[in-house]
Design a protein around this ligand. Structure first.
Ligand code: SF4
Length: 377
C-alpha cells in the first residue's frame, strides 16, 4: 500500500497562449474520447501501486475543455485501479471561458472539491498582453458560477509582471481578487520560456521583459496586500486561507510520490523520475498497443535527492528538517548568521526555512543555503 498523488494531464486548449510551454493541443475535439480511454488504460497499467490516492489534480492544458463525463471516466478508473482515499482532494483547473454553472454542477457531482480558475488578470488590457481569449467579465462569471453550485475551495491563478502591463492594473487585479475572497491564490511571475512565442518576440526585440527591480517591487507589494487580507504566504508563489493549502502541490514540495498520466506527464515513484512523450499521436498509439508512453527517466542519486529535498522544501514556509550534523554546520556559519539577521532565513528547532522576505530571493538563497548545509562556511 502506498500513499500517492495522481496528476492527470488534459492537453486540450481553446488556444495556444504565447507564453505557454506546456504540452497542449488546440481543438481536436474528436480526440477527447480516445484520449480519455488512453488515460484510463494508463491508470489501469499502474494498478499494482494500489493506492490509496490522497490527491488528484486534473491539469493541463484545459481540463474544462472536455466534457465532465470524460473526467468522470478518468476518476472512475482511478477509483477502480488505484483506490481513492475517503478524504481525497480532487482539484480541477478551469479556463474561465469554458465553464458555466451546469459544468461546475457536473464536476461537483463527480466528486471534484477544489476548483482552480486560470484568471491571469482582472484587467482586459493585461489579458490581451498575455494573448488570452477570455475577458475579465468571463472570470467574474466563472467565479460566481463555481460559488453558486457550492464549491467551497476555489483558487485563483494570477500572472504578475506581464510585459506591457502597468503596476496600476496589477494592483487592480490583486484588489479585485481579494474582494472575491477565494480560499487560495497562486501568483506566478511571468517567465519567458524557450520554445514559446514570447521567446521568439523577445529575440526579435519585440517584447521587453519587466525590469528586475519592478518585478521585486510588485511581488513585495502583492505579499503585503495578501497577508494583510488574511492569506498565509505558505509557498513562494502560493497563498491560502488557514486550512486551504493545495494538498496536491504540498505533496510535490515535500517528497510525496506521485503518478502522472497523460501527455508529457511526470511521475516520481521509488526514487525514480520518469515522464511521458509530449507527442499526442505517439501517446495514443502507445496506449492503443499496450506499450508504455514513457519517453525518459532518471534515478535520483542520493546527493541529487538531498539537494532536491532542500530546494523544494525551502519553497515552503515550513522549510526542511535538518540532521544534527547539518544543524551544526548551519549554526556555525557566519553567512547564515548574516542571512538570519537581515531576516531572509531562520533555523527554528530542527527546521531551516526562508521567511516571506526570503521567498522573493528564493532561487539565490536556496543555492547559498545548500552550500551552507552541505559544507558550512
Ligand atoms: S496557458 Fe493554459 S490555456 Fe493557454 S495554452 Fe497553456 S495550458 Fe492552454
Amino acid at each position: 500500500m502506498m500513499v500517492l498523488g495522481l496528476y492527470i494531464h488534459v492537453p486540450f486548449c481553446p488556444q495556444r497562449c504565447p507564453y505557454c510551454a506546456f504540452a497542449t493541443v488546440v481543438g481536436q475535439g474528436d480526440r477527447h474520447g480516445p484520449y480519455t480511454e488512453a488515460i484510463c488504460r494508463e491508470i489501469e497499467s499502474w494498478a499494482h501501486l494500489s493506492g490509496p490516492v490522497e490527491t488528484v489534480f486534473l491539469g493541463g492544458g484545459t481540463p474544462s475543455q472536455i466534457e465532465p463525463a470524460l473526467i468522470g471516466q478518468m476518476l472512475e478508473a482511478a477509483q477502480r485501479h488505484l483506490g481513492l482515499h475517503s478524504d481525497v482532494e480532487i482539484a480541477v483547473e478551469v479556463n474561465p471561458k469554458t465553464v458555466d454553472r451546469e459544468k461546475f454542477a457536473m464536476l461537483k457531482v463527480l466528486g471534484c472539491n477544489r476548483i482552480s480558475i486560470g484568471v491571469q488578470a482582472f484587467r482586459d488590457a493585461d489579458l490581451q498582453h498575455l494573448g488570452r481569449q477570455h475577458s475579465a467579465a468571463d472570470v467574474e462569471r466563472a467565479y460566481a458560477a463555481a460559488r453558486a453550485v457550492g464549491f467551497a475551495n476555489v483558487s485563483l491563478d494570477l500572472v504578475a509582471n506581464v510585459p506591457g502591463g502597468s503596476e496600476a492594473n496589477w494592483h487592480f487585479s490583486i484588489e479585485r481578487a481579494i474582494a472575491l475572497a477565494p480560499e487560495h491564490l497562486s501568483v506566478y511571475s511571468l517567465t519567458i520560456e524557450e520554445g514559446t512565442i514570447f521567446a521568439q518576440r523577445r529575440r526579435r526585440g519585440l517584447l521587453e521583459p519587466v525590469a528586475d527591480d519592478r518585478q521585486a517591487r510588485t511581488l513585495e507589494w502583492t505579499d503585503a496586500q495578501l497577508v494583510a487580507a488574511g492569506y498565509e504566504h505558505y509557498e513562494v508563489s502560493n497563498y491560502a486561507r488557514p486550512g486551504y493549502r493545495s494538498r496536491h502541490n504540498w505533496g510535490y514540495w515535500t517528497g510525496v510520490p506521485y503518478l502522472g498520466v497523460g501527455l508529457g506527464a511526470h511521475s516520481f515513484i521509488g526514487g525514480k523520475r520518469f515522464w511521458n512523450t509530449r507527442d499526442l499521436n505517439a501517446y495514443l498509439d502507445a496506449m492503443d498497443q499496450g506499450r508504455s508512453p514513457c519517453s525518459g527517466e532518471e534515478t535520483i542519486a542520493p546527493d541529487a535527492a538531498r539537494r532536491e529535498r532542500l530546494w523544494l522544501g525551502l519553497r515552503t514556509i515550513e522549510g526542511i528538517e535538518l540532521t544534527e550534523e547539518e544543524i551544526g554546520r548551519v549554526q556555525s556559519s557566519r553567512r547564515f548568521a548574516d542571512l538570519a539577521e537581515v531576516g531572509y532565513a531562520a533555523l527554528e528547532g530542527q527546521r531551516l526555512h526562508l521567511t516571506r522576505a526570503g521567498f522573493l530571493l528564493a532561487d539565490a538563497l536556496s543555492l547559498e543555503l545548500d552550500r551552507i548545509v552541505e559544507e558550512g562556511q
